[in-house]
Design a protein around this ligand. Structure first.
Ligand code: GLN
Length: 197
C-alpha cells in the first residue's frame, strides 16, 4: 500500500475529526492553511463549518489557485456539509451541482438518519446532519450515492465526492473509505504516468 497524503482544509470547522478518521484508514494527514500546504497532496477534504466563513478564509489565504490546480490535476476532493456548498457550481465549481443551504429548515436543524449509500455495502450508514444543505440540482455527470426523503445528500462527479452530512462524527469510516479508494486510484494513475516518462 502506498502512503497516501491527505490534506484537510483547516481554516474553520471540524477538521480534526476528519483527520482522525483518515488516519484510522492509513492516510498521512496534514492541515491546509496556506497554498504551499497543498503541495504533494494526493487528496483534500473541505470540511463542514460555515460555508461563507470558509469561502472568505479561502480568499483571504489566497488558496483558490492552489485548490484549482489540485482539482485540475484530478486529485480527489471530499466536501462535507459546508464543504459541499463550497465545491458547488455557485462557489468553486468543482462539481456540477447546486446546493441549498440549511435546506432541512428549522424543525430539522440537526438529526440523524440511516442512509443507504451506494458503494459501502448493505448495512445502512448512520448520518449526522447539522444545519445541512441538500442537492437542489445536479448535472448529467453527477452520480447520486444517497438521498434523504427524495433529496440527494451524497454525490460524486469524477474526482469530487460530496455529502451533506458529517461522516467524520461517527465511528463508521465507510464514507471516508470511498474517498480513500478514489485517492488510491488517482495516485496509481499518476504513478503510472510518471513511469512512462
Ligand atoms: N449551515 C452551514 C452553511 O450553510 C453548513 C453547516 C455544516 O457544515 N454543518 O454553511
Amino acid at each position: 500500500m502506498p502512503e497516501l497524503r491527505v490534506g484537510v482544509l483547516a481554516l474553520q470547522g471540524d477538521f480534526e475529526a476528519h483527520s482522525r478518521t483518515l488516519r484510522q484508514l492509513g492516510a498521512e494527514v496534514s492541515e491546509v492553511r496556506v497554498p504551499a500546504d497543498l503541495g504533494g497532496l494526493d487528496g483534500l477534504v473541505i470540511p463542514g463549518g460555515e460555508s461563507t466563513t470558509i469561502g472568505k478564509g479561502i480568499a483571504a489565504a489566497g488558496l483558490e489557485p492552489a485548490l484549482r490546480a489540485h482539482h485540475e490535476a484530478g486529485r480527489p476532493i471530499l466536501g462535507t456539509c459546508a464543504g459541499m456548498i463550497v465545491c458547488d457550481a455557485e462557489h468553486l465549481g468543482f462539481i456540477d451541482a447546486s446546493t441549498r443551504r440549511n435546506a432541512f429548515g428549522r424543525q430539522l436543524q440537526s438529526f440523524e438518519a440511516d442512509l443507504e449509500v451506494t458503494g459501502i455495502g448493505d448495512e445502512p450508514l448512520k448520518a449526522v446532519f447539522i444545519r445541512a444543505p441538500w442537492v437542489e440540482r445536479s448535472g448529467p455527470g453527477v452520480e447520486v450515492l444517497a438521498s434523504y426523503e427524495g433529496h440527494p445528500v451524497a454525490i460524486r462527479e469524477g474526482s469530487v465526492l460530496a455529502c451533506a452530512f458529517h461522516p467524520e462524527l461517527t465511528d463508521d469510516p465507510r464514507f471516508h473509505a470511498i474517498f480513500m479508494a478514489m485517492i488510491t486510484s488517482s495516485h496509481e494513475r499518476e504513478e503510472a504516468a510518471h513511469g512512462q516518462r
